[in-house]
Design a binder for this molecule. Structure first.
Ligand code: SF4
Length: 497
């Protein structure tokens, strides 16, 4: 059993629960911060119902299901129900988290402008919504080739990411025990879980790309649907005709899934089997309400390759596939960027909106320069903040170790917090009320030298607290260690008043 792995970092928080009005059976966990001036502020809490300081995780038992008995009668996807005008408990749950009306969430899902990933077989996941009109979300990647190989370590990484604010987690495991690892992650996490089914399909043919087939892939897809995966990255838009374009690039194909499919197509002299079997993929996903994250196998791996013919050719196909998936009532997000310099970012967002019919955009970074080795959480957060402001709905985090090595726990924490900052900066620029309220509360706490409030309102209270006490060692100080007591500008300003 893990102890104290899964707790919220906010020191003086008390977990608070908000009940549904349309669906009184639902209960939403928020983080209520009681400030020392008597005010309260509720924060969106990715740890959901279970992230209180005393909660312990028992991997064998898993989390209690948050939404096992919500849907009765004939099963339908959230998109299907939204189109019929039904506000589901999941929609109200997500609306409470966002601080918006449930009808607003329903309408956005019905139009395809937002998704609510919630496989019917992952009842532990608490509903959340991804779309340009909601808080910008972040995803963290884990996988047993990344930080360690034991199942416990993978669950720990997932929970660690969620503790620091990851809204979804992608399990990119590629090694042994892939099924069991995913099972433990699904049963112990309160957020939607995504995968790239191609990785497991490749394991099933012993890593020999040429031996991949639609049959093996289909079997893998069904296996993962049954297990409870909430969204799949599917590289169905990488057509055979785009491969020669990508091979002329400075950095070729940098997506694992993209390179696998390109190799398969060249070997078999055949079209991408994910594209030719896309209708059946949609049928399978509709049975479980698995959302499709249409993968960007041709995302640029260097700024020299940004916005090229290969990348945009694939993006146009993703737009076509979006319409196809919607025919099956399957929810869709579109994957994008990679390495894109700042002046070319906007064009990505404009074209994605135009070609993909308003489906939410989900981008890796983008990294705005290629020379940030060791600091690529920053090069990517710069681009992430920009593209989030422009309308991207979810950002995939990047760690300091990008391009270099496997991230450890500290790297995961720094990557998640850095991307929460990028997402929050975008939320502020978009005028999100809850984001603005948190900043204003922080500014006031800063001017009043309310240190405990400053720590609790920050994204990483532990680090902020440590840095303050290392230098000042006093929670009543009306200055900080940066300028010191005699040169503290805010203190001097107050004395003028
Ligand atoms: S000492 Fe300087 S940095 Fe610190 S609170 Fe005062 S003005 Fe701000």
């Amino acid at each position: 059993m893990f102890k104290k792995l899964f707790h919220n970092p906010i020191e003086c928080k008390s977990k608070h629960y908000v009940e549904g009005k349309i669906h009184p059976e639902i209960r939403v966990g928020v983080c209520r911060i009681s400030l020392t001036n008597g005010e309260q502020i509720d924060l969106y809490d990715t740890t959901g119902l279970y992230g209180d300081a005393n909660h312990t995780i028992d991997i064998e038992r898993g989390l209690p299901p948050a939404r096992s008995r919500w849907q009765e009668g004939e099963f339908r996807t959230q998109l299907s129900l939204a189109r019929r005008g039904v506000i589901t408990p999941e929609m109200e749950y997500a609306a409470i988290r966002e601080g918006v009306e449930a009808e607003f969430v329903r309408a956005k899902i019905a139009k395809g402008e937002a998704i609510l990933p919630c496989n019917r077989n992952h009842p532990e996941a608490e509903p959340m919504v991804i779309g340009r009109d909601f808080l910008v979300k972040i995803n963290s990647n884990i996988g047993n080739s990344a930080l360690g190989s034991s199942i416990e370590e993978e669950v720990e990484k997932a929970l660690w990411s969620i503790k620091w604010g990851a809204d979804t987690v992608m399990d990119l495991s590629t090694g042994a025990n892939i099924h069991q690892t995913r099972e433990a992650i699904l049963r112990n996490t309160p957020v939607p879980i995504g995968t790239v089914p191609l990785y497991q399909a490749l394991e099933k043919v012993d890593g020999v790309v040429e031996n991949l087939s639609w049959e093996v892939y289909r079997e893998t897809l069904i296996e993962q649907c049954r297990q409870g995966v909430d969204y799949f990255t599917i590289h169905a838009g990488l057509l055979r005709e785009f491969v020669p374009m990508a091979l002329k690039r400075v950095t070729g194909i940098v997506s694992r899934g993209g390179s696998i499919m390109a190799k398969w197509m060249e070997h078999h002299a055949a079209q991408n089997f994910l594209y030719t079997n896309f209708n059946e993929i949609c049928e399978i996903c509709a049975d479980y309400d698995v959302a499709l994250s249409l993968g960007d196998g041709l995302r640029p791996g260097s700024i020299a390759d940004a916005n090229d013919q290969a990348q945009y050719g694939e993006l146009k196909i993703l737009g076509e596939l979006t319409l196809k998936a919607w025919e099956y009532d399957v929810q869709v997000i579109i994957e994008g960027p990679g390495h894109v310099p700042m002046h070319l970012i906007e064009d990505n967002m404009v074209k994605q909106r135009e070609w993909c019919h308003g489906a939410p955009f989900y981008t890796l970074g983008p990294l705005v320069s290629d020379i940030g080795a060791g600091y690529d959480h920053i090069t990517s957060a710069i681009g992430g903040a920009m593209i989030g402001w422009m309308g991207t709905a979810m950002l995939c985090y990047v760690t300091t170790k990008e391009h270099l090595a496997l991230p450890n726990k500290d790297d995961v924490r720094e990557g998640v917090v850095t991307f929460k900052l990028a997402a929050h900066a975008a939320d502020i620029a978009k005028g999100n009320r809850s984001a603005l309220a948190r900043d204003l509360a922080m500014s006031r706490a800063r001017y009043d030298f309310r240190w405990a409030d400053q720590f609790n309102l920050s994204l990483d209270p532990e680090r902020a607290r440590r840095m303050h006490y290392e230098m000042v060692g006093n929670s009543d100080a009306d200055y900080c260690g940066m300028c010191g007591p005699h040169f503290c500008a805010m203190r001097i300003t107050k004395s003028i008043k």
